[in-house]
Design a binder for this molecule. Sequence first.
Ligand SMILES: *Cc1c(COP(=O)(O)O)cnc(C)c1O
Length: 379
Amino acid sequence: MSCLASRAGAILSIDLAALVRNYAFVAKHASTAICAAVVKANAYGLGMVNIAPALERAGVREFFVAHVDEGLMLRSVISRQSQITVLHTATVGAIESCFAYGFRPVLDSLEQIYWARSIASRHEKNVNVALQIDTGMSRLGLSQNEIKNLIENPIALDGVSLSLIMSHLACADTPKHPANAQQLARFRRYVDLLPRAPLSLAASSGIFLGEEYHFNLVRPGAALYGINPFLAHPNPLEAVVHLQARILQTRVLNKGDCVGYGLTWQAGKPHRVATIGVGYAHGFARHGAAKGCAWFKGYRLPILGRISMDSMTVDISSVPESQLQGENMVDILNKTYGVDDLAKVQGTIGYEILTSLGRCYHRFYTYNTDYSSKDEICL
Ligand SMILES: *Cc1c(COP(=O)(O)O)cnc(C)c1O
């Protein structure tokens, strides 16, 4: 272990081999389509600078980010051959930047198409764009009226090269939800009438709805990072993150002793407790305390009292003292207790857990499940 790791209060290990296996699993599942990778929000909090090159080595040639500035960071770590698509391009400036940097903007309205055309004609070059159409989620993309308008006036796309038509599913994590088939049918109906272009509908969950959802390109994010694409089925993907917190101090409580801010927890009998180096500043939401826990070799360590900014106190009474000798790390997230488990306790989803894992952690990127392996890239 490096000296950085030995002094860090918490360590986030990111298993790039598991990431790559997840990508291979998803890509195989959608083998008739190109499998892109969504790396927005700093690769869902895991660090785009390390995640994207690993995915590129695994074969990814299509990357999606939310903002132009994410695209710039991505461009500096992947090859020129890989395409970067920018999802949010609501201003002339954003679209102009996309063309200047060679990114493909996703256009969400007739107005954005108009801007793209004007910029293209000014630069006298054919620009590459993607078009998003709304098929029922009412989030982003051309509305039904705008789609009709475009179908009647396809010349609105003259001067731009349309290389993708996409839409996004609202309920794909629930395979039986009728909205899935409705959105699929609408997507088919619209794209039949629009100028021909490669098509994309499915993100992580949509990929598992079946081949008819795959079209020419799939856009997984969450699944690559180990988040369960299903609401109510076991997770077919591997955990990518392992979060460990250091035991900062242990103590023995007598009956009647209280723990933490507000003294909200009181010992009804003697307890052994440990204060560990993770708190709400590191993505462990304060309201998750009551049902939250840490883990040590299969022992569940319930959180006692309130969560502090950089620490929380857990009950270690169940762990035989001999087993704790010389050990000073506990698990917050591991291969058996993952982001979706923690999300359930905190009343949220795995996406929010991953993206809120703070920057305070010392990070390891490994190609092995054991973070102490020799393959680690220590930053
Ligand atoms: C975020 C996003 C994705 C990836 O979604 P996951 O559920 O993380 O796979 C794909 N497409 C669009 C338009 C998105 O906004």
